[in-house]
Design a protein around this ligand. Structure first.
Ligand code: GLN
Length: 547
């Protein structure tokens, strides 16, 4: 018989933002530390087919996987907390489910039957869950949204049915709720949890474990009370206490007995979890010797959710440098040539992240110039590389009004432009891009290889000749200007294996100045900080000491 995967469904109650994604990821950590193989999946109730076209202000970051899927930012947590390899089957939305059902209906697959939410949509959801399983021991499935939402009902119905399909001992339902401390009453309140579980039970799901988000540990009495009202054992009521450092979440859950309870309910025999690496990590992160200020010059500055992986990667970069990384978000629309020095005065390093559209672009160019001229470490990611190249073209190579055609279609020096044809290593064929094609359809997405030039910042960081990194962009470095920019001192330290696509640019005679066409932040892990982030933070710290 094929290997029977076990399934954990994580739902959320009371309100959003309780950290369901982190909780799911932390469960993955604990099970991996027990020697099990895991994967994680997110089911999102919204109707967009994927978050690729969604505004980061509303939805937060779009996380890109190796296979080029544009996914929910929770997949970023999953990858940072576990070694699971995620891709298109790890994130489904209502839109993607319906799209597939409607496609089948048009093709005549339902043989004239009436297509309905139950069973057709719910079957499609259940099949999607099975797609993710792929032989692993445990699949952790997070349902987006909050219990009580209309949108998530088909997903909840599907996971309700799922237990009957695969057997009682193979499924655990975990519900995350809030247990607020009300200071006027001086006590923790359990009513929101009771109501949320009541709602869940009304649609036929009895949670097996409750994760109670709270600011203090729940006493035995409170756990007993919650257990009684919600029909779970008091050892299945787990305190999900607020923590300062997200990587502490698995440790808190473990102390509360969560992983022991899960394996008991799933009838899996495992060794005790080996949590030393996580304990050590948290200890290092909580006792940094030094600190460094990094200015993130961007557009989505008021919402840190839109740069989730970036923020984490910067924090990871601090770990090997024993440095706490303090982030200063600087709104690029407010930067001008005159106030730039003042606005970036506290920055030990400057980072221009990915972005779309022309808003705030001139401020970013000022920031890159400031970094170049004042020898402040600079890290440009995707759009941030475009900015660095544009700045260099304008102010070093004398190409007045040089620009990316994303910002200015009539620039005399389109140093960054839409490459209409290129060789795609993924498909082994020539890819064509057309200016008018669908939004989202023409991006270079996912993992691509890049060969590195020796004796460059990039090669010194990666310590290898070839790397693979994830992309999400349309515009590319324009080879027409390559030799002219190189003659003026721009270093091209990374290209696609056939040399056609410029992937990394650098400056000489600078402590650390690098722009990359890809998004290295997606591949940084707390246990293995990304080499570019490590070296950028290292250089920034050095800069701080020298100031
Ligand atoms: N807007 C730029 C492009 O489409 C950069 C994208 C990004 O930074 N991810 O190429």
């Amino acid at each position: 018989m094929a290997h029977q995967s076990k399934f954990i469904f994580v739902t959320g109650g009371v309100l959003s933002s309780l950290g369901k994604g982190l909780a799911s990821a932390a469960i993955g950590t604990l099970l991996e530390c027990r020697g099990l193989t895991v994967t994680l999946q997110k089911l999102d109730p919204y109707i967009n087919v994927d978050p690729g076209t969604m505004n980061p202000f509303q939805h937060g970051e779009v996380f890109v996987t190796d296979d080029g899927s544009e996914t929910d930012l929770d997949l970023g947590h999953y990858e940072r907390f576990t070694s699971a390899k995620l891709g298109r089957d790890n994130n489904f939305t209502t839109g993607k489910i319906y799209h597939s059902v409607i496609t089948k209906e048009r093709r005549g697959d339902y043989l004239g039957g009436t297509v309905q939410v139950i069973p057709h949509i719910t079957d499609e959801i259940k099949n999607s869950i099975l797609l993710a399983a792929d032989g692993v021991d445990v699949v952790i499935v997070e349902i987006g949204g909050t219990i009580g939402d209309i949108e998530s009902l088909p997903f909840l119905e599907a996971i309700r049915q799922f237990r009957a399909d695969v057997g009682k001992d193979n499924v655990v339902y975990i519900h995350l709720t809030l247990v607020p401390y009300i200071s006027t009453a001086g006590e923790l309140k359990t009513k929101p949890t009771q109501h949320s579980v009541k709602e869940l039970r009304s649609i036929g799901i009895q949670p097996d474990i409750l994760l109670c988000r709270t600011d203090r540990y729940l006493s035995k009495e409170i756990k007993k009370k919650i257990g009684l009202f919600c029909n779970v054992g008091d050892d299945a009521v787990i305190t999900a206490k607020d923590v300062d450092c997200i990587y502490e979440v698995p440790l808190v859950f473990h102390k509360e007995g969560l992983d022991a309870k899960i394996v008991e309910l799933l009838h899996i025999w495992t060794r005790a979890p080996r949590l030393e690496p996580w304990e050590k990590l948290v200890e290092t992160m909580e006792t940094p010797k030094e600190s460094v200020n990094i200015a993130i010059v961007g557009k989505y500055v008021d919402l840190t959710e839109s740069y989730k992986s970036l923020n984490e990667a910067l924090i990871h970069g601090g770990i090997p440098n024993n440095c706490k990384v303090d982030l200063i978000f600087v709104d690029s629309e407010k930067i001008t040539g005159d106030n730039c020095g003042q606005m970036l005065a506290d920055a030990d390093g400057i980072l221009v992240p990915g972005g779309f559209g022309s808003r705030g672009i001139e401020g970013k160019i000022c920031a890159a110039r400031f970094a170049r001229e004042n020898k402040v470490p600079y890290f440009g990611i995707c759009l941030g590389m475009h900015i660095a190249v544009t700045e260099f073209a304008r102010n070093v190579a004398g190409m007045e009004n040089a620009n990316s055609t994303e910002m200015d279609l009539s620039t005399p020096y389109p140093v960054i432009y839409l490459m209409l044809e290129w060789f795609d290593e993924k498909t082994g064929s020539i890819q064509k891009r057309d200016v008018d094609s669908d939004k989202g359809g023409t991006m270079r997405l996912g993992a691509y290889s890049c060969v590195l030039k020796e004796d460059t910042f990039a090669h010194r960081a990666y310590r290898t000749d070839q790397i693979s990194e994830r992309h999400r962009h349309r515009y590319e470095f324009n080879n027409e200007f390559r030799s002219r920019l190189e003659e003026k001192g721009l270093v091209i330290s990374g290209t696609s294996p056939n040399g056609e696509l410029v992937e990394i640019t650098e400056l000489k005679d600078h402590p650390w100045f690098l722009g990359c066409q890809f998004h290295p932040e997606f591949k940084s892990r707390p246990m293995s900080p990304h080499p570019l982030f490590r070296d950028f933070i290292g250089a920034s710290f050095q800069h701080k000491k020298n100031r």
